[in-house]
Structure formats: structure tokens, C-alpha cells
Design a protein around this ligand. Structure first.
Ligand code: ADP
Length: 358
């Protein structure tokens, strides 16, 4: 008759494909029950949502079935307790330091990067408002503030708690409505401190925000990129799997070269450009409600069509945006323009993600 020892020895050879370590070493084998030739094995997974749970169960079944004296194998899947999970992950910490342990636990369905040719066009504002609009639709949303030298997301969402360090990774800070945020500003001793870093260090911080932050389960992670086409946006495009890019411009800028350069960069790196958001497009007269095309008639739609990128929407200049951003209360801002941009965007997000090359 087969013994428990033999079963466990056989399971030593079954690997967790994600953590790349034996399931016995990870403490995943909870129980082995033997009745005659029938063996029942209970496995505790780091999460039951693990897409590879089926393949682990099959590997376990095969390994035990191959033993002499085994007639039938039953594999039961359970979920680890927080403590068990922390212990399992701590045991692979050294092994995975390079790539970040949290990345293996995060289940992020869609990752969108928000880009602009120049600073000051409202890229951070659009990122935050899109997050707010998606959150209002009941989606689980995070913002990775990759604008390392000019981080503004925490300020406009009124965040100043420090991210907690947990066994699973750094925990993002939650906004009033539950948007999970990670930004260099939350880690600085003083939020006005300047980050004077060169490209490689900035790229390293962005990679850590991806790999070492325990985002958990998210429907959408929005990445607020630094303006332009320099090192940092390149790092994001090459090292983080993306579903697409959103380009934010102002009306004067759209016809200019910087926007075309940004679009060109996305094209060369094979990241789908999902659409353009034109910010500060027009103003509404506070007295009569008339739309004022301050910059003359808009040519945005034509320019976007020439670039082959859809125009997701136009956002007016609204003094309330500036006031609420200053107060850290942007989540209270309601605007039909942003809701419509979010709807247009959601129609266009592909399920496929790019494959990182770095
Ligand atoms: P970027 O991230 O592109 O550098 P920000 O999002 O920080 O730009 O916006 C720059 C400034 O312009 C902020 O003070 C912001 O509150 C303000 N702003 C952006 N868009 C609008 C708008 N549509 N109406 C009024 N103020 C705006």
C-alpha cells in the first residue's frame, strides 16, 4: 500500500509554475488522506483565482497516480490563509527579488498608460478623472504615478498617508472612493521635496512600482507617464504589459510635432494608441452658458483622423477643476465630458496586452 511519505515525496517534484518552486517547499500540501488505493490530496493555493490552478491540480494528480498501489487520486483545492501566503512568498523572496514578488500575486486585467507630448496639458488631471469615472462604474482601479519628477496624483486626490509595507509588497494608498494609488510623493518625507534623479534611477522606481507593489485584483491600472518621449515613458512601454495608450493634448498642441512624436513612439513599440483626449478645448461662459471656442474652431478631429487615432472627447476649461484639484477633492467633480470619454475608452480597450521586452 502507498504511504503518505511516498505521496509527499512524489509531490516534491510538482512545481508552482508562477512561484517556480516545489509545492511541498511552499507549504501548499495541506493534507494527504489514504484509504486503500484511493488517495486524496488537499492543496492550498496562494489564491483560488489563480489561472493556473487547473494545471497544478493536474500535475498533482499525475504525480500521485504514477505511484505503485494508487488506484484513484482526488485533488482538492483550497486557498491559503494570509499567514500561509506570507510564509510561502517569503520563502521565494530571494529568488524573485529581481522581478518583484508582488507582480506574481497581482491580477491586473487592463493596464493603460496616459501620455502627453508636453507638460501642463492636463495629463495627470485626465488620468485621475478617468480613474474616478471607471471607479463610478464599479470597477477596481489603480493609478501608478510614473511621473516621478512631477508627481501630482496624490495631491489632486488628497492623499498623504504613507504606503504600508506588507509581506506581499508595498500596499498602495486608497483614495476616498477606493482608487489605489502609488506615487513617489507618498514615499518622500516631505511632499514638496524635489526628486532629482537621472533616467536609470527613474526607470528603476517605475519598475518597482509595478513589481513590488501589491496592487491585488484590479480591473484597470492607469499609468500617469511623465510628459514627452524620453527615458521614462520608454521604460514603461518596454517593461510593463500594456493594453494601450491614451494621449492627452491641448488644442494648440495637437497639430504640433511633439504629439506626432509621442504617437510615433507608441507605434514603433507596437503599443495600441486607443485615442486622444483634448483637454482645455473650450470654455463655458459662466453668465450665459455659451460655449466659447477660445482657440478658434477646433481642427482636432481632422488632426486625429490624420494620425489614425480616434478622438475620445474634448474637455472644457473649468475653474472648478483647478479649485477641486488644489483641495485634493477631484473625486467630487462631475462632468458629462469625462463620463463620455470613459465610455468611449471602454469600448476600445483590447483584451490583448503587449509583451514586455525588458
Ligand atoms: P500635466 O500632468 O499634463 O503636467 P496637470 O494635470 O498637472 O498637467 O494640469 C496642469 C494644471 O492645469 C493643473 O493645475 C490643473 O488643475 C489645471 N487643469 C488641467 N486641465 C484643466 C481644465 N480642463 N480646466 C481647468 N484647469 C485645468
Amino acid at each position: 500500500m502507498v504511504t503518505e511519505k511516498q505521496v509527499v515525496a512524489a509531490l516534491d517534484n510538482v512545481m508552482d509554475p508562477e512561484l517556480r518552486k516545489s509545492i511541498t517547499a511552499l507549504g501548499m500540501v495541506r493534507k494527504v488522506k489514504i484509504r486503500g488505493g484511493d488517495v486524496e490530496v488537499t492543496i492550498a493555493l496562494t489564491t483560488l483565482a489563480c489561472p493556473l490552478s487547473g494545471s497544478i491540480a493536474e500535475d498533482v494528480r499525475k504525480a500521485v497516480q504514477a505511484l505503485d498501489g494508487v488506484a484513484k487520486v482526488d485533488v482538492k483545492l483550497e486557498e491559503m490563509t494570509d499567514e500561509e501566503r506570507a510564509r510561502a512568498l517569503a520563502s521565494v523572496k530571494g529568488q524573485q527579488q529581481e522581478e518583484g514578488m508582488a507582480a506574481h500575486l497581482n491580477r491586473i486585467q487592463h493596464v493603460l498608460a496616459v501620455m502627453s507630448g508636453k507638460g501642463g496639458v492636463g495629463k495627470s488631471l485626465v488620468t485621475a478623472q478617468l480613474a474616478v469615472a471607471l471607479r463610478r462604474r464599479g470597477l477596481r482601479v489603480g493609478i501608478l504615478d510614473a511621473d516621478i519628477t512631477g508627481p501630482s496624483i496624490p495631491k489632486i486626490l488628497g492623499l498623504n498617508d504613507r504606503p504600508a509595507s506588507t509581506p506581499l509588497g508595498i500596499a498602495p494608498v486608497k483614495s476616498k472612493t477606493g482608487i489605489r494609488v502609488m506615487s513617489i510623493n507618498l514615499l518622500l518625507p516631505n511632499e514638496d521635496d524635489a526628486v532629482i534623479w537621472r533616467g536609470p534611477l527613474i526607470g528603476g522606481a517605475i519598475k518597482q512600482f509595478w513589481g513590488d507593489v501589491f496592487w491585488g485584483d484590479l480591473d484597470y491600472l492607469l499609468i500617469d507617464l511623465p510628459p514627452g518621449t524620453a527615458d521614462a515613458p520608454l521604460t514603461v512601454m518596454q517593461s510593463i504589459p500594456l493594453n494601450g495608450i491614451i494621449l492627452v493634448t491641448s488644442p494648440q498642441e495637437l497639430a504640433g510635432m511633439v504629439v506626432r512624436k509621442a504617437a510615433q513612439m507608441a507605434l514603433q513599440l507596437h503599443v495600441p494608441m486607443l485615442g486622444i483626449v483634448e483637454n482645455m478645448s473650450y470654455a463655458i461662459c459662466p453668465h450665459c452658458g455659451e460655449r466659447l471656442d477660445i482657440f478658434g474652431p477646433s481642427h482636432t478631429a481632422e488632426a486625429a483622423a490624420l494620425m489614425g487615432v480616434p478622438l475620445l472627447g474634448q474637455i472644457p476649461i473649468d475653474p472648478r477643476i483647478a479649485t477641486l484639484s488644489d483641495e485634493g477633492a477631484l473625486e467630487d467633480y462631475e462632468s458629462a465630458a469625462f463620463e463620455s470619454v470613459a465610455d468611449e475608452l471602454l469600448k476600445r480597450v483590447p483584451e490583448k496586452q503587449t509583451k514586455p521586452i525588458l
